[in-house]
Write a protein that binds this ligand. Structure first.
Ligand code: C2E
Ligand code: CA
Ligand code: CA
Length: 525
């Protein structure tokens, strides 16, 4: 549009120039008229150059806008596409299934929707663990390509977890042809991949579920396909199509496991008390940074568990939390931490510490626990605290695992007056835009961003974008893992004032935390 306008102005000027030149060359035109024509010529020239300058300014402005849009698109892309395969991730899949099922529900002609979860087998994990990262990434990329080649025109493909892909196909046909199709997919993915000196092969299995036969809602459809996938792995079959019997088996197994854990729980809790201890790490708010000095005050603490093993000494959470998560023991351990953190909060009532909040981590398994809401309200009844002083941290992946269930739980926790923080934000697959659906108060920017924020301009762009998006959504941001003055002051300059990190204080015993917070002027009262 700008170009067009410039073009017509230029041609107009050219034609007037011609006519002016004509007049000047004629003998019968009086000199005073010629002089006026020359003056006119001068002002047309000036007008033309000021017009050119304005146009150049407009062009520069529109380039800057386009550049900003490109940056924003790149960021959005990073958040909704899998970096390794380039395929859309489960955030996109979730939205797509939702709208496809809605459309199918309203369609005048019967429509079927088939979900095929393709899970790579343990050979992929072995390769990932034993070879350099580039090779497993290349395998994922090639697998994605092979799946794409198999995809029917009415199908969509997503990369939902590291070793899992999902195909969504509309009207794939009767069960026999669905099974044939899935078997072809398995065969194709399992073909060896050629490298210059060797060949590698990963196998896969497929779990299949169809709308409307097996489930009518998005959640149940995905769950059914997942149950079919689990059955395929267990029975060592390439393809399993969902059958309600499989669901019963899985649910029964889960209930049994829960019973065992519950039976162990009482005993476990008394053991936990002997061997575990809760540490608190301060969360601080920066008031000002001037000539190399940071003024800050403590606003709260994160409760972090420590295991004093009778023979091994201190065991780091990074070593035992994943194990506890795997065995389900994280559930009683997590409640133990929640109970003790709130009991500590209760002791602060009426002291200078009563304004501080405490955040407690909820592991993915604990977040999924059917008794979560009941247990939280029980803890609140036992320890008389102001719920607004308690925050619960859940990781973004645990929220995204079953978004419908997460919304229900987060909403209920929010209604109890407790705030929710999204932990390790940026390491998972969610986008802030997507988190709009949840009533969350805080996101904790993962340490991995902080590690290279001073040297990596890409990270700086992401951090800035997250901070500005969070601000526009009324969500506060805590930066985790601040170890240096430079990191703290960079974040402060970008508008992030709430910080947690070794630079300020390390996790410490409750006694040390109380003493530090009470004796310093850092507590704002
Ligand atoms: P997290 O929730 O991300 O907790 C923050 C971790 O970062 C803590 O490690 C903390 O000590 C560490 N950290 C804080 N500042 C810095 C820093 O400046 N530099 C570095 N390098 N690290 C810093 P910690 O205590 O070892 O805990 C590790 C993880 O274990 C936690 O990560 C959390 O996921 C889990 N965890 C700890 N306590 C609990 C608990 O009670 N329940 C559950 N479910 N998980 C817990
Ligand atoms: Ca945390
Ligand atoms: Ca964290």
């Amino acid at each position: 549009m700008i170009d067009k306008r410039r073009h017509s102005n230029a041609s107009h000027a050219a034609s007037s120039e011609l006519r002016l030149a004509d007049i000047l060359s004629r003998d019968d035109v009086p000199e005073d008229v010629k002089q006026r024509v020359r003056a006119l010529e001068g002002s047309v020239g000036k007008l033309q150059s000021s017009l050119n300058e304005t146009l150049a300014q407009v062009r520069r402005l529109s380039e800057a806008v386009q550049q900003k849009e490109r940056r924003q698109n790149r960021l959005e892309k990073q958040l909704i596409y899998n970096r390794k395969s380039g395929l859309p991730n489960h955030v996109v899949m979730d939205g797509d299934i939702h709208s496809i099922l809605e459309e199918a529900e309203q369609s005048p002609t019967a429509k079927s929707v088939t979900v095929i979860i393709v899970g790579l087998d343990e050979r992929y994990d072995n390769i990932k663990q034993t070879t350099e990262a580039g090779i497993s990434e290349w395998l994922l990329y090639r697998t994605a390509e092979r799946l794409r080649e198999q995809l029917p025109s009415n199908g969509r493909l997503y990369h939902t977890r590291d070793h899992e892909f999902v195909m969504l196909v509309i009207n794939l046909g009767p069960p026999a042809s669905v099974a044939d199709f899935a078997r072809r997919v398995v065969k194709e993915v399992s073909r060896p991949m050629q490298f210059p000196d060797y060949s590698l092969a990963v196998g896969c299995v497929c779990g299949v579920a169809c709308y409307p036969e097996h489930a009518r809602s998005k959640r149940m459809l995905l769950r059914s396909a997942d149950i079919a996938l689990t059955a395929a792995v267990k029975r060592q079959r390439a393809v399993m199509i969902y059958d309600p019997e499989m669901g019963h088996e899985v649910i029964e197994k889960m209930e049994l496991q829960n019973n065992i854990i519950r039976a162990l729980e009482e005993q476990a809790i008394s053991e936990i008390d002997k061997q575990f201890e809760l540490y608190f790490q301060p969360l601080v708010e920066i008031d000002d940074i001037k000539s190399g000095i940071i003024d800050y005050h403590t606003v709260g603490a994160e409760a972090l568990i420590r295991w004093k093993h009778p023979t091994r000494g201190m065991v780091a959470p990074a070593r035992f939390i994943p194990l506890a998560e795997e065995t389900g023991l994280i559930v009683p351990i997590g409640y133990w931490a929640l109970f003790n953190a709130t009991a500590e909060l209760e002791t602060w009532l009426g002291t200078r510490l009563e304004r501080l909040f405490v955040t407690v981590n909820l592991s993915p398994r604990q977040f999924k626990d059917d008794y979560l809401l009941e247990n939280i309200s029980r803890v609140l009844r036992r320890n008389h605290i102001d719920p607004s002083q308690l925050k619960l941290e859940v990781t973004e992946n645990s929220v995204m695992d079953d978004p419908d269930d997460s919304i229900r739980k987060i909403q209920a926790i929010h209604e109890m007056g407790i705030q929710i923080s999204i932990d390790d934000f940026g390491t998972g697959y969610s986008s802030l835009n997507y988190l709009k659906r949840f009533p969350i108060s805080t996101i904790k920017l993962d340490k991995s961003f902080i590690e290279d924020v001073l040297i990596n301009s890409n990270t700086q762009g992401i951090v800035r974008a997250i901070l500005s998006m969070a601000e526009s959504m009324g969500i506060s941001v805590v930066a985790e893992g601040i170890e240096t003055y430079e990191q703290a002051s960079y974040l402060y300059q970008q508008g992030c004032r709430c910080i947690q990190g070794y630079y300020f204080q390390r996790p410490m015993t409750l006694q040390a935390f109380r003493a530090a917070a009470l004796s310093s002027a850092e507590v704002e009262i």
